[in-house]
Design a protein around this ligand. Structure first.
Ligand SMILES: *Cc1c(COP(=O)(O)O)cnc(C)c1O
Length: 376
């Protein structure tokens, strides 16, 4: 089965990990600083805080924002559940706003309608790698004394109006899961220009520990002393994995270029298929295509999906509207709330998309799609 996403690991990556394994530091060492500096530089952000997953990075963002009971987070339903879950675990109320029918990204007008005086964070997702309308969402957040968080799990390497993702929002989270645009096996990062947010995120990921004597309540306790002022967790990404990330980052441009090439080949072959819509990127967006979200007629989606799987094509559906998960259903969230996102979901099939796909693989997928659409 051809997978829908897959890591690209080369000898340099293996050598980087091997070097880290032989060094004095398996974790909390210099590879962490090096990786964070590289991420900050690549995304044009002042601060980068690494974490053990994209989910952890989202959790850091909501912790840094101080999200808690009584607060509301406005977000998109067309995402992996973690975008909402990591705020819900802090006791926040999740308010889902509908998406743009062309991109599947949070619609700024819908987000505006969902904002209340309790809104603390507006969280958009760069679906498939297409950057959200960051200027509008950031302005909306600022007007309402809230923060704009960009879940960029799909979009490291993407740009909007020439600016890299990571420099568009108050906070941006990345995932380095193997299917994403670059990998550390499990891993993630939060980037921001705001030093205070970065400090709070850094503290939360390391048990809430305060080691700076000037900030401690009892600095004279002794040289061993450390204090916790607010609760935290251990989300530290080890040196071994940071070394892999730094090595991968050097090939990000070539990954993005190959993804764009595959997108072009798919587009050309599938644009004129009856009832089928190819992925759309608005003016000014330069996506690092994480997914290739094809849309087919809703009533035939399941048959087409099953035909593709039978033909050995590892397609996927991204995503079940987040509030369809029973955990939200049990809280009273109803199907039908965000009809555009639901329609998008009902028609969506993600085709294989990763740099290691050969031209022959791509042709095989195209043939299989043509057959499935014609016969299923
Ligand atoms: C993958 C993903 C996450 C979670 O990242 P992990 O590294 O798997 O924890 C969050 N949001 C979106 C949109 C994702 O695709």
């Amino acid at each position: 089965m051809l997978p829908y996403g897959r890591q690209s690991i080369n000898d340099d990556d293996v050598a980087a990990v091997t070097r880290a394994l032989g060094s004095d530091w398996l974790t909390t060492g210099p590879e962490v600083d090096r990786f964070e500096e590289s991420i900050a530089e690549r995304t044009n952000a002042a601060h980068a805080v690494s974490a053990t997953s994209g989910t952890a990075a989202l959790h850091l963002a909501y912790a840094a924002a101080g999200v808690g009971p009584g607060d509301e987070v406005v977000t998109t339903p067309l995402t992996f559940v973690a975008t909402a879950a990591t705020a819900a675990v802090f006791g926040a109320k999740i308010v889902f706003a509908d998406v743009d029918p062309k991109t599947g990204n949070l619609d700024p007008a819908a987000a505006e309608a969902a904002v209340t005086p309790n809104t603390k964070v507006i969280a958009g997702v760069d679906y498939a790698g297409v950057p959200v309308e960051a200027d509008a969402l950031r302005a909306l957040a600022e007007k309402n004394d809230a923060l704009f968080l960009e879940d960029a799990a799909h979009s490291i390497g993407s740009r909007r109006n020439g600016k890299p993702v990571g420099s568009l929002a108050h906070m941006t989270s990345f995932s380095f899961f193997p299917t994403k645009n670059l990998t550390t096996a499990e891993g993630g990062a939060l980037v921001t220009d705001n030093e205070e947010l970065a400090t709070r995120a850094r503290r939360f990921k390391n048990h809430g520990l305060v080691r700076d004597k000037e900030l401690q309540r009892y600095p004279d306790e002794g040289p061993w002393h450390q204090e916790v002022h607010s609760f935290g967790i251990n989300y530290r990404l080890p040196d071994v994995l940071c070394a892999l990330g730094s090595s991968q980052l050097q090939r990000l441009e070539s990954f993005v270029a190959r993804r764009a090439e595959i997108k072009r080949i798919y587009d050309e072959a599938l644009a004129n298929l009856d009832g089928v819509d190819i992925p759309f990127a608005p003016e000014g967006a330069e996506p690092a295509w994480h997914l290739y979200p094809l849309r087919v007629p809703a009533e035939r989606r399941r048959a087409i999906f099953e035909s593709l799987r039978e033909q050995g094509i590892g397609v996927q559906v991204n995503y079940i509207p987040a509030y369809w998960h029973p955990v939200f259903e049990d809280l009273g969230y109803k199907r039908g709330m965000c009809p555009v996102a639901e329609d998008f979901y009902r028609r969506e099939i993600s085709l294989p998309m990763f740099p290691g796909l050969t031209d022959a693989d791509v042709e095989r997928v195209i043939k299989a799609v043509r057959k499935a659409v014609a016969t299923a």
